[in-house]
Write a protein that binds this ligand. Structure first.
Ligand code: ADP
Length: 513
């Protein structure tokens, strides 16, 4: 049994801004079920405190001259222990990363350096909790300094660092590095220094014993100039320690047969219920309730990464076809305003809800026929998996986790019973529209459509496989600590092939298809 300290800046259901929160709930839960002793550490944001129950103060200690507390509870009633790190810097309303002006909180470097330092104290049993970690698993830049700081300890746990999105790096001027009082040994081009700035992300990438990303394709992509955000050289150097493990989904939260957010349940053998969800969604969004019109959906952050600009560019032609559209998201004001424009122009055909709404996100997945994910890059992506589970065919771009989890509809994949959605290659409105045409053509063939729906709904996206793979990785690092209950057949393969070549082959395949 390994003692795992899982460090994260957000976790469902306490606080969620994106996929990291889902992973920070599901993976620790799955590892806990596999018999590991997991502790999930995250900041005690005000919103998280209001959602957590039965917390007790388990420790009071000092971190680099600041007093902090650990409030202990459970991630879920039968789940692993949750450690909320309490400090005045986390006690503010709203988004954990940004203030109401949509700008990063000015003290983010201090807030997340404190999280990292506290993680080190907890992992090293210096917080009075009588617990020492075998493995510390950090996630994204907010916990990037954990492997860096631990590397300076004479005796330390093994470290795993998972990249959920390389585009957010936690970059700060050198003065901040000094102000944080970080050990000077870390300041080098082989350490946290990145073109004269300090990079939290590099702290994870340079010092962790193993690096993972949330899909095998993304692990390849980030070694290239196109997706590497300037860190591709370092990642290529570390390719033997780098692997991709695709995220799973929470098969209970996202199960259309028991989803309490839905007006009508359904499953692969009883698809009829989906029609009731479609109608309810059309009514909710003010669209014409028509069972036959293909309804397309989009949920996500309204930023360029998600390809929302491609969708907006395609809008005039898209609306030339008899389709309806449902959007849920929030983000850059220009995209928000553009969506509102289209919904005002076509109120019975375009429904837009701005903001974050968990229940509506389930209702959209259940109610639409097709789901758009035309991302420019996508480390893993979750909605394309939710879509398949909900009998909704995703249209995705051939990047990252999207290409790893959606099987393009072709005559061959259809015949083999493997097709589950539509994959396109070029990040352009034209390519997207061509793919919409393919989807509309298939929609006319009701038998083929429902066969693809059923294929998607029966796919196994559960966390079991992925959690086994993380556990195998832990056991490579600390074989004596990890008693693997059911030994996975193979260890996660490090990425060793030249990334660019493989990418090109994969793209060609998609294009040919
Ligand atoms: P990312 O982490 O890059 O934002 P992912 O697809 O990995 O993207 O995960 C996003 C998660 O957040 C999904 O569970 C998605 O349904 C959810 N989500 C995103 N925007 C919204 C929103 N406006 N309302 C409800 N859920 C949302």
């Amino acid at each position: 049994m390994a003692r795992v300290l899982f460090v994260t800046s957000e976790a469902y259901p306490l606080l969620k801004t994106g996929g990291l929160a889902d992973v920070s709930y599901s993976l620790p839960m799955a590892l806990h079920e596999l018999g590991q002793e997991v502790r999930v550490l995250m900041p005690a944001y005000r919103a998280a405190l209001s959602k957590a129950s039965e917390l007790r103060c388990a420790a009071l200690f000092e971190v680099h001259g600041q007093n902090v507390a650990v409030l202990e509870g459970r991630l879920a009633p039968n789940g692993p222990l949750l450690w909320l790190l309490q400090h005045p810097g986390y006690d503010r309303p709203g988004n954990p990363y940004m203030g109401p002006n949509a700008q990063p909180w000015p003290d983010n470097a201090e807030r997340f350096a404190l999280l990292c330092r506290a993680a080190v104290e907890l992992a090293q049993d210096r917080a009075g909790l009588n617990w020492r970690a075998d493995i510390v698993h950090g996630n994204d830049w907010q916990s990037g300094l954990v492997p860096a700081l631990l590397s300076l300890e004479a005796q330390r746990p093994a470290t795993v660092f998972t990249v959920h999105n390389l585009a957010y790096q936690g970059l700060y001027p050198y003065e901040i590095f000094q102000r944080l009082g970080l050990p000077h040994q870390l300041w080098s081009m082989h350490g946290v220094e990145f073109h004269g700035q300090m990079s939290f992300m590099k702290g994870g990438l340079a010092y962790a014993d193993r690096i993972t990303t949330v899909s095998p394709s993304y692990a390849q992509e980030i070694q290239t100039h196109e997706f590497g955000c300037g860190l591709e050289g370092l990642l290529r150097q570390r390719h033997e320690d780098l692997s991709g493990i695709v995220n799973g989904i929470d098969a209970e939260q996202w199960n259309p047969a028991i989803d309490l957010h839905l007006p009508a349940p359904f499953d692969a053998d009883h698809l009829e219920g989906k029609a009731a969800n479609k109608k309810a969604l059309q009514l909710r969004l003010g669209l014409t309730p028509d069972a036959n019109v293909p309804l397309f959906g989009f949920i996500g952050r309204l930023v360029q990464q998600k390809g929302i600009d491609l969708l907006l560019k395609a809008m005039p032609q898209l609306l030339d076809s008899p389709v309806q559209l449902a959007f849920l998201g929030s983000g850059e004001p220009l995209y928000e305003q553009s969506l509102l424009y289209w919904s005002r122009r076509f109120p019975r055909r375009v429904g837009v809800v701005l903001g974050f709404n968990e229940a509506l996100s389930h209702q959209i997945e259940a109610g639409v026929d097709v789901f758009f994910m035309p991302s420019r890059f996508e480390p893993c992506g979750l909605n394309q998996m939710y879509s398949q589970r909900y009998g909704t065919l995703p249209i995705v771009r051939a990047v990252g986790g999207l290409v790893d989890t959606v099987v393009d509809v072709t005559p061959e994949t259809l015949a083999a019973g493997k097709a589950s959605g539509f994959v396109f290659n070029k990040a352009s409105a034209k390519s997207l529209l061509k793919t919409v045409k393919r989807a509309l053509a298939l929609y006319q063939d009701k038998a083929a459509w429902s066969a693809v729906q059923r294929t998607g709904m029966r796919r196994d996206f559960s966390w079991q496989n992925s959690a086994d793979r993380y556990l195998a990785l832990y056991s490579q690092l600390r074989p004596e600590a990890v008693a693997v209950k059911s030994a996975p057949e193979e260890l996660p393969a490090p990425v060793v092939e030249p990334p660019v070549k493989k990418r090109a082959v994969r793209r060609r395949k998609v294009e040919e298809a």
